[in-house]
Each structure stands twice: as structure tokens, then as C-alpha cells.
Ligand binder design. Structure first.
Ligand code: SAM
Length: 291
């Protein structure tokens, strides 16, 4: 099969199937062989690996993955792309195509079925409209993962890497850093896609931790505190947490919460955006112990 990373080949297949891009699915197909090579190299795909690709499109990156991996499972929502994928990936015996919304797929089950429950590598040029739910879904369901190498909107990639003090620091930064070690491996301009997106893109590799860098006694409580403080990031941490009406804070006074902050060496006026992951874990433990 012709290399779909070469624009004339992509255009030929789109014309052959009279394919019309669906904006609602975030369809921007890659047409740059250098970028494709970069993603595949960053994903470090070995001949023993099982790879999950989210949104294969017409199969451009899938071809590159199938050349290297033991098995590729590609999940595509748009049924109009399935006959195209059957043609472009038809020459590979190590590819499974699933026509489904990735948010509805039981990925832990796929992992059992195709990789004996061992950690998967995820590689994707993500639909930008659902980047965060896809990433959070993979993490929160505790699917065994080795790494996630993904193309996302440049600003989102920056956000994943940020620490306290930056305006881009937020709940996504903390979640990504809790579960993985993020590294931007390439910046990708709009002209590498058809059609061109309105935003710059970046490839980010998230190497998943075997054990997280902090160990809160109650992970769900820590993430509730994180979400509540960034939902109202202009408020002080104390007010943001109380306004959120978290069940775990019932019976706790603002004064007591202030004492916890004091114990951590933080002023009562501090905002959540000034706390690091370690500090959210510490605060969450103090609240848990005093519940
Ligand atoms: N991987 C291809 C490439 O690099 O050329 C296509 C990338 S395009 C940015 C995103 C792809 O994700 C599209 O094929 C789109 O139809 C698919 N997609 C969008 N939402 C999806 C969902 N919820 N589940 C699975 N695939 C989805």
C-alpha cells in the first residue's frame, strides 16, 4: 500500500471514497512523513508491543505502527472511514479495527484480549475536542499503560508540563504528572495536516509511572481537592474548597483547614494554583486524618 504520509496518496484515497471531513470528529489527517517518523520513534515501538491507536483516520499512522508492532488495535468512531481502513490496512495481518467511540470502549478488556493484560502503548493524533476526557479516562480507569504518545493542541501539551505559578497550570497538569512523566517531543505546524487546523499542535510523550511520585492516603479525595480548587482558581484555596461543598469537608471548619495550611507553611490566602502535587497530597492526607 502506498505511503499515506505523502499528500498525493492521501488525496487519491479521499477522492476514491468521496470522503468528506467531519468537523465534529476533529478530523485533521497527517500528511508529513517526517512528523510521522518522529511520533513513531518517540513511541519507541518494539516488535513485541501491542499498540492502541485512537482515531486512525484513513490509516496513515496505523501503517507506520503496523510495520513495527506485534499488534495494532485501532479504534475509529466514523463508520465512513472503516471501508477505507479495510483497504489501507488490508495488507497487515497484525491489525484489528474497531468501529466505536473510544470513550465507550473497555480498554482494560482490550488489553487482556490482545496483550495478556500487559501494559499497552497508546499512540494517537487525537481529536482535539475530546483530548482531556480521553487522557483522563485512560488514567482514571487504571488501564495498564507503558506510554501515551499523542498529538494534541500545542497549548494543551504546554499545560500538561506546567508547574505551580504558571497560568497554564491546572487540574490536567497535576493529573498528568501524577500518572506520568510528560515530555514534548515535537512542535507541529498546521500545514502538516489536511485540512489545516486553526491551532498549532505538539507531540507529547507521557511515560507512565509504575508507582506515582506521591502516595496520598485517598487518591479520589486528592483529585476532588484539585478539581475544586481549579474550578474557582481566582478564589483562595479555602473558599474554593468550601464553595465546592465536598462531602469529605463536612464537619471541618475553615479555621481547621487554615490550621492545616499553616502546618504546611502556607498562608490562609493561598490559591490552589500555588500548590504542587506533593502539597495537594499532603493537604489531602491532613483532611483524611481529621475526617
Ligand atoms: N490518525 C489519523 C491521522 O493522523 O491522520 C487521524 C487523526 S484525526 C486528528 C482524529 C481521528 O479521530 C479522526 O479519524 C476521527 O474520526 C477520530 N475520532 C474522533 N472522535 C473519536 C472518538 N470518540 N473515538 C474514536 N475515534 C474518534
Amino acid at each position: 500500500m502506498a505511503d499515506l504520509g505523502i499528500p498525493v496518496n492521501t488525496i487519491a484515497i479521499l477522492q476514491k471514497y468521496d470522503f468528506h471531513f467531519q468537523k465534529k470528529y476533529g478530523q485533521n489527517f497527517l500528511i508529513d512523513t517526517h512528523v510521522l517518523e518522529k511520533i513513531i520513534d518517540a513511541a519507541d515501538i518494539q516488535a513485541t508491543d501491542c499498540v492502541l491507536e485512537i482515531g486512525p483516520g484513513i490509516g496513515t499512522m496505523s501503517q507506520y505502527i503496523a510495520e513495527r508492532a506485534r499488534h495494532l488495535v485501532a479504534v475509529e468512531i466514523d463508520k465512513k472511514l472503516i471501508p477505507i481502513l479495510e483497504e489501507t490496512l488490508g495488507g497487515y495481518e497484525n491489525v484489528t479495527i474497531i468501529n466505536e467511540d473510544v470513550l465507550k470502549v473497555d480498554i482494560a478488556q482490550l488489553c487482556e484480549e490482545y496483550n495478556d493484560g500487559k501494559p499497552l502503548k497508546v499512540v494517537a493524533n487525537l481529536p482535539y475536542y475530546i483530548t482531556t476526557p480521553i487522557i483522563m479516562g485512560l488514567f482514571e480507569k487504571h488501564v495498564p499503560l507503558d506510554s501515551i504518545t499523542i498529538m494534541v493542541q500545542k497549548e494543551v501539551a504546554d499545560r500538561m508540563q506546567e508547574g505551580p505559578g504558571s497560568k497554564d497550570y491546572g487540574a490536567l497538569s497535576l493529573a498528568v504528572q501524577y500518572y506520568a512523566d510528560p515530555e514534548i517531543v515535537a512542535n507541529v505546524p498546521p500545514n502538516c495536516f489536511i485540512p489545516r487546523p486553526n491551532v498549532g499542535s505538539a507531540v507529547i510523550r507521557l511515560r507512565c509511572h509504575e508507582t506515582p511520585p506521591v502516595k496520598p492516603k485517598d487518591e479520589a479525595l486528592m483529585f476532588s481537592l484539585i478539581r475544586a480548587s481549579f474550578n474557582q482558581r481566582r478564589k483562595t484555596l479555602v473558599n474554593a474548597l468550601f464553595n465546592a461543598g465536598l462531602a469529605q469537608l463536612q464537619g471541618l471548619s475553615k479555621e481547621r483547614l487554615g490550621e492545616f495550611l499553616e502546618e504546611m507553611g502556607k498562608p490562609l490566602t493561598i490559591r490552589g494554583e500555588a500548590l504542587s502535587l506533593e502539597e495537594f497530597a499532603k493537604l489531602s492526607d491532613l483532611i483524611k486524618d481529621n475526617a
